[in-house]
Design a binder for this molecule. Structure first.
Ligand code: PLP
Length: 405
C-alpha cells in the first residue's frame, strides 16, 4: 500500500497559519466567481494580439488614440534613453529633477491652460499625491460614489473626513460641502468614469465647489485626448475654461499612449504638492524615456486631430451595433462601452464565449463595480478599423446566444 504523502510545512495549518489562511481566503473568492488571473498578451500589431497562442482582436485597451504604437513615441523614448540614460537617479527634490521634467511640465500646463503642472510616475500615484498633499486631518473630501480606486485609496490615506455622494449628484455634493465649516474642502470626481464610461456633470460640480469655497479635483484619466474639440478633456467638452479652483489630474497611460500622471492647477496647489505630497516626494523621478514619450504623445493630440474624429466615428458604429443586438450599454457616448450583464458568473461566461470567437474584452466584476452590475467592458481605439468593429459585433452576437443572455 502506498504511504500517504508527507504533509509539507506550507500545507500544515499549524506550521504556516498565515499561508493557510491566505489559501482559505482565495478559495472563498473562487467560490464567489471572483477569482482574477493575469493574462499575458502577445506582441501587438495594432489591435491584433496573441492570447494563449491564439490571434485575437483586442477590445480592451485604453490606448484610445492608438498612440502606444506610434513611431514618434518609441523613437523619442529610445533617443532619450540613449542620450540621457535609463534612470533619473533620485527623487525629484534630491537630484532627480531633470531639464526634461521642467520642459514637460511647462507643456502640460500650456495644454491644460493652467498656471503650473507636475509630472509623476503614474496616474494612480498622482491621485495619491494630489489628494493627500492637499487634504489632511481636519479637512473635508467630498467624493463621487463611483470614483476610481486610486481616489478611494487616496481619500483613506489622507485621514481627512470623507463624504460620499450619489453618483453624478451635484446637488448632494453641494449639500455635503456645506455640512462642514473651515479647513480645506476638496470635491473630487472622475471626468469620465472608468467602468461606466459616463461623464461627470462638471458645470454643476464646479458651481457647487465655487459656491462652497472648495477646490474641484477632476481626474480626467479617460477624458484627456478624447473629449473636447482640441482633446483637452471633459472640461473642454463642457465648454468650461480653467478656473483657479480647478485641479486637473490626468494620465499619459491611456489616450496619450505612454505612462505617467500629471496634475495641472494654480501655482499654490502645485507648490503645496512639491512640499507635502509624500508619494511624489519619496519616489524616484520618472526617467528620460518616459518623459520623451509623454512629450511626443502630447504633441500628437494637436498634430493628429483626425485620430480623435476617427475614434468617435468608430464608437458610434459599435454602440449602434450593440443597440441592434438588444443589449444594454451603461453610457451613451465615448470609447468605454460597458455592456451590463448583472451576475459575475454570467459576465465571465460572456467574456469567455467572446474570447472563443477571437475577440477579447474583460468581464468587470465586484469589487471593481457594485454587486449585481457585472459587465463586459469593450473599448474602442483609433487603431481599430471599421471591419474590426463589425467583427467584434458578430462575435458578440454569437457569444450572447451561447451565454444564454
Ligand atoms: C479614472 C482613473 N484614474 C487614474 C487611473 C490610474 O492611472 P495610471 O494607470 O496612469 O496609474 C486610472 C486607471 O488606470 C483611472 O481609470
Amino acid at each position: 500500500m502506498a504511504k500517504p504523502a508527507r504533509e509539507t510545512a506550507a500545507s500544515t495549518p499549524t506550521a504556516q497559519p498565515s499561508l493557510h489562511e491566505l489559501g482559505r481566503r482565495l478559495r472563498e473568492v473562487e467560490a464567489q466567481g471572483l477569482t482574477r488571473a493575469l493574462r499575458p498578451i502577445g506582441p501587438a500589431n495594432g489591435p491584433r494580439v496573441t492570447i494563449g497562442g491564439r490571434p485575437c482582436l483586442l477590445m480592451a485597451s485604453n490606448d484610445y488614440l492608438g498612440l502606444n504604437q506610434h513611431p514618434r513615441l518609441a523613437e523619442a523614448a529610445l533617443e532619450a534613453a540613449l542620450t540621457q540614460g535609463a534612470g533619473s537617479g533620485a527623487s525629484r527634490l534630491i537630484s532627480g529633477t531633470l531639464d526634461a521634467h521642467a520642459r514637460l511640465e511647462k507643456e502640460i500646463a500650456a495644454f491644460k491652460s493652467a498656471e503650473a503642472a507636475l509630472f509623476m510616475a503614474t496616474g494612480y500615484m498622482t491621485n495619491l499625491s494630489v489628494i493627500t498633499g492637499l487634504a489632511g486631518p481636519g479637512d473635508l473630501i467630498v467624493s463621487d460614489r463611483l470614483n476610481h480606486a486610486s481616489i478611494i485609496d487616496a481619500c483613506r490615506l489622507s485621514r481627512a473626513q470623507v463624504k460620499i455622494y450619489a453618483h453624478g449628484d451635484a446637488d448632494e455634493a453641494g449639500r455635503r460641502l456645506r455640512e462642514n465649516q473651515g479647513g480645506i474642502k476638496l470635491l473630487v470626481t472622475d471626468g469620465v468614469f472608468s467602468m461606466d464610461g459616463d461623464l461627470a456633470p462638471l458645470p454643476e460640480l464646479l458651481q457647487a465647489a465655487q459656491a462652497n469655497g472648495a477646490l474641484l479635483v477632476v481626474d480626467d484619466a479617460h477624458g484627456t485626448g478624447v473629449y473636447g474639440k482640441r482633446g483637452r478633456g471633459t472640461l473642454e467638452h463642457f465648454g468650461l475654461t480653467p478656473a483657479p479652483e480647478l485641479v486637473m489630474v490626468g494620465t499619459f497611460s491611456k489616450a496619450l499612449g505612454g505612462l505617467g500622471g500629471f496634475c495641472a492647477a494654480s501655482r499654490p496647489v502645485i507648490d503645496m504638492l512639491v512640499n507635502r505630497a509624500r508619494p511624489f516626494l519619496y519616489s524616484t523621478a520618472p526617467p528620460p524615456a518616459q518623459i520623451a514619450a509623454a512629450l511626443a504623445g502630447l504633441a500628437l493630440v494637436d498634430e493628429e486631430p483626425h485620430l480623435r474624429q476617427r475614434l468617435h466615428a468608430l464608437c458610434g458604429r459599435l454602440r449602434e451595433g450593440i443597440g441592434r443586438l438588444g443589449l444594454r450599454v451603461i453610457s451613451s457616448q465615448g470609447p468605454i462601452v460597458p455592456v451590463l450583464v448583472g451576475e459575475a458568473r454570467q459576465a465571465l461566461a460572456l467574456a469567455q464565449a467572446l474570447l472563443e470567437r477571437g475577440v477579447y474584452a474583460p468581464a468587470i466584476r465586484p469589487p471593481t463595480v457594485p454587486e449585481g452590475t457585472s459587465r463586459l467592458r469593450l473599448t474602442v481605439t483609433a487603431a481599430h478599423a471599421p471591419q474590426d468593429i463589425d467583427q467584434a459585433l458578430e462575435a458578440l452576437a454569437g457569444a450572447v446566444r451561447e451565454a444564454g443572455l
